[in-house]
Design a protein around this ligand. Sequence first.
Ligand SMILES: C[S@@+](CC[C@H](N)C(=O)[O-])C[C@H]1O[C@@H](n2cnc3c(N)ncnc32)[C@H](O)[C@@H]1O
Length: 299
Amino acid sequence: MAIHPQSTPHPFHPSPAAPVPLALWPVAQTSAQYQRAGRYHPDSARHPGKMLPALAARIVAEYSAPGELVCDPMCGIGTTIVEAGLLGRQAVGVELEAAWVDLARANLDRLVEPDRRRVAEVHQGDARRLPGILGDLAGRVDLIVTSPPYACDAGVIDRKAWVAGGRLCGTETLNYSADRANLGHARGTAYAEAMAGVYAACYAALRPGGLLVTVTKNMRRAGRCVDLAALTVSLARRADFAYLGHVVALHAAVRDSQLVARPSFWQLTQTRKARARGEPAHLSVHEDVLVFQAREVGR
Ligand SMILES: C[S@@+](CC[C@H](N)C(=O)[O-])C[C@H]1O[C@@H](n2cnc3c(N)ncnc32)[C@H](O)[C@@H]1O
């Protein structure tokens, strides 16, 4: 499925009940480690919620053209902007945490040669202030690709401590950092309100007709399934985006007639813990890629 703003006219704000196209992308034919090995800085492994490089590359290739401007307002270690740079796009990332900003810059330096970059940069800042951070580029972004924090207590895994019977993650590393301003700490209504602010800022940063693509994974909290995809659709609509499409990104390798799951160490541990508590948890092997478009006119 390819939806490109110039090639696919659509009625604006179709009824919320109108079905959107659904597609399936296998993006984990090789493992996450293999996709990064020898390319990304080894310290990238410390970030607990990275996007698969193959998924970032597929989104950029499907929804933007060479030379266009791609932005990730919550860019972590910079997967989306690196893959965008490698595909000949201009790329700008924003990230709240200095440590991840440094890694995103290191990854850009390692992977995208200066002569292949027109713009490729990372700023430290709060995604809710995206237009101000982008300065002259605000209102000119063609594609925003982002994977928001999940409110799921992810942290930097300390295997040694864990094997020795200690905690899986140091508490100061949970939710991406100890800084309570990090939206990884937000829960419930506070999370929804904060993300509504991020999507409103994305809308203001995009050019008319520009696209927003989010990547989320539904999760469990206190034994209940949290439908993050549905929440994201309603928050993006609240920010005036039209909902154009849904892609299921398959995090399993397709092998003959079988699917081979590729869970992270983190996912496996969480699922085992949930089962030990008697919760009927299963390993989730997909992420939801949601495609939205800003108005062409009347903004
Ligand atoms: C799911 S991760 C994104 C990972 C990224 N796609 C990658 O491949 O590395 C979410 C990121 O949002 C960052 N973040 C949280 N709150 C933020 C905010 N208010 N502004 C900007 N970034 C924020 C977190 O620090 C974290 O790195």
